[in-house]
Each structure stands twice: as C-alpha cells, then as structure tokens.
Design a protein around this ligand. Structure first.
Ligand code: 13P
Length: 249
C-alpha cells in the first residue's frame, strides 16, 4: 500500500493559549486534504488544550522521557502524553541531541517508550554543516539510524525525519538530488535491517520547508512528508505545505 503523505508542525517553544486558534484553523483546513495526515506538536503546556480544541486531530509532544515515571524533575513521560490525548511524539530532534546532549541510545530509549505507550513516533536524524561539507553526511546519518532506531516496532507507527541541522531555521535547503540520495540511503539501511517493514515507514524531510519549496521537496524520491518548524505556526503559512503534499497524493 502506498505511504500516505505526512505533514507535521513542530511548534518548538512557541505558543500561548491564544495560539490554539491557529491550530484550529490548521486542522479545519486539513479536512480539505484528506489524503494527507496532518499533525501538530505544540509545547507540552498546550497538548491537552489542543486535543480539547480540535477533537480527533493528531496532536503530539516534542520529546518524552524514556522512563514511565519517577524522579525526573521537569520531564514528561510518554504515558503522560498518551493520557492527555496525544497520539504522537517527536524524539531525537537535533535541538535535543545538541542542546541536551542526547545520545543515540537515549533517543532509542525514548522511541521505545513512545511506541510502548501506544504513540506514533517521529525519530529525527540529521548532520551538522561541517559533516555535510566534508562529504560524510550519509555515513553520519546512517550511524544515527543504526544507533537510535529500536529493534522491533510497528512500521506504521515509526517515522524517520531527516533534518540537516544546517537547514533548520536558516532558509537553506539541500538540493532535491541530495535529499533524494539521503532518503534513499535511509530506506535501504532500514530495508537491510528490517526487510519489508521499511516500505511502510515514512521518511519526512525537515529544515526550512515553506509554501514555496514544499512541492519540490515533497516530490523528491523517498520523501513521504515534511516536519515543519517556523512555517507551521499559522494556517496561512502551513496550509500551502499541506496542499502541496495533497497535490502529490
Ligand atoms: P524550520 O522549519 O523552522 O527550519 O524547523 C525545522 C525543524 O526543526 C522541525 O523540527
């Protein structure tokens, strides 16, 4: 079965209660594009309220702890996200790997926790600029895949997001050829380890996706959707990306 396109907004540390109206506008607009799965991952503080404001919509966390409970001040466990109606969680974002020193093993444990809690998981990988410039991007990302993808999972509930760090929030994007090469390499690595399940896994691209470049990026080989930061905060910016995905089917 063909993989459905998946467009996910990562609001990062943006959004007070007033932003729930933006989420409602996005989910209302998404109803016109039923061939695309649309989700928003707001800050933890808005997850429950967003679920209530947009019943039935896909709302998720941006991180979770690997433990189910315990003395981890400030952290949120995957079952807690599920408990308030979240259906997905992002793990291993570069802003967590770099800013909070999360290792591949940490990311893998978080992915396992999310899956065990019944959530869908978006597991992020991506290389820094120096690695891209040295020609080592694919090896770097495949090592992240090897180290952070769990050993067993439901392929329909685990997506990979390739987000080159140098493309995040910079307005820079890799060439379509480079995106297709990376996504193809990721798919082949997943197939070598997990066999046919790799065909069911969605691989998203993230990094400066906007309404102008989405159609081209989403049409690249093995790109099944987008993980969007800045351009996901309003319906005006986000819906053109969703529409671009819908146009590709
Ligand atoms: P931008 O779309 O703002 O570049 O952010 C991408 C990202 O990090 C999504 O997780």
């Amino acid at each position: 079965m063909a993989r459905r396109k998946y467009v996910v907004g990562n609001w990062k540390m943006n959004g007070l209660s007033a932003a729930l109206a933006d989420a409602q506008a996005i989910f209302a607009g998404a109803e016109d594009h039923s061939a695309v799965d649309v989700a928003i991952c707001p800050p933890f503080t808005l997850v429950g309220a967003m679920v209530a404001a947009a019943p039935g919509s896909a709302v998720g966390g941006q991180d979770c702890h690997s433990a189910t409970s315990g003395a981890f001040t400030g952290s949120v466990a995957a079952p807690m996200l599920a408990d308030i109606g979240a259906s997905l969680v992002i793990v291993g974002h570069s802003e967590r790997r770099e800013g909070f020193s999360e290792s591949d093993a940490d990311v893998r444990a978080k992915a396992e926790a999310g899956l065990t809690a019944g959530l869908s998981v978006i597991l992020c990988v991506g290389e820094p600029r120096a690695v891209r410039e040295s020609g080592g991007a694919i090896d770097y990302v495949l090592a992240q895949i090897a180290g952070s993808v769990p050993e067993s999972f439901d392929a329909h509930r685990l997506a990979i997001a390739y987000e080159p760090i140098w493309a995040i929030g910079t307005g820079l994007v890799p060439t379509v050829v480079d995106v297709a090469a990376m996504h193809g390499a990721i798919r082949r690595a997943l197939a070598a380890r997990f066999g046919g399940a790799a065909e069911d896994m969605r691989i998203l691209y993230g990094g400066s996706v906007n309404g102008d470049n989405a159609a081209e990026l989403l049409d690249a080989g093995d790109v099944d959707g987008a993980l969007v930061g800045g351009a996901s905060l309003t319906a005006a910016k986000f819906m053109p990306i969703v529409a671009a995905a819908a146009a590709l089917g």
